[in-house]
Design a protein. Structure first.
Length: 89
């Protein structure tokens, strides 16, 4: 059973078209049209994560759990993961 399938092409457009055949829109990829990584969302996530961890370190007796949101895609086996809203879109 294939779990990873690389997609190659001579141009970025060719790769976009191949991924579209699997239902993956190229806008969701963390790469700009020129091949550079998109860092804005990643930096915002890092900033939020750092704040969460700093707050956790100051409140050692409190525990926090990161819960997947509605747009998060979950990887793994089992019906609950396959039926998660983010996986169904």
């Amino acid at each position: 059973r294939v779990r990873f399938r690389p997609h190659y092409g001579k141009s970025l457009d060719e790769v976009h078209n191949k991924l579209a055949g699997f239902g993956i829109p190229y806008q969701c990829l963390p790469v700009k049209d020129d091949g550079e990584p998109k860092l804005k969302a990643h930096k915002a996530w890092l900033k939020n994560r750092k704040q969460l961890e700093e707050n956790h370190n100051t409140n050692n007796n409190q525990k926090f759990v990161v819960v997947p949101g509605r747009v998060d895609v979950l990887l793994g086996r089992g019906k609950p993961i396959q039926e998660h809203f983010g996986n169904l879109r």
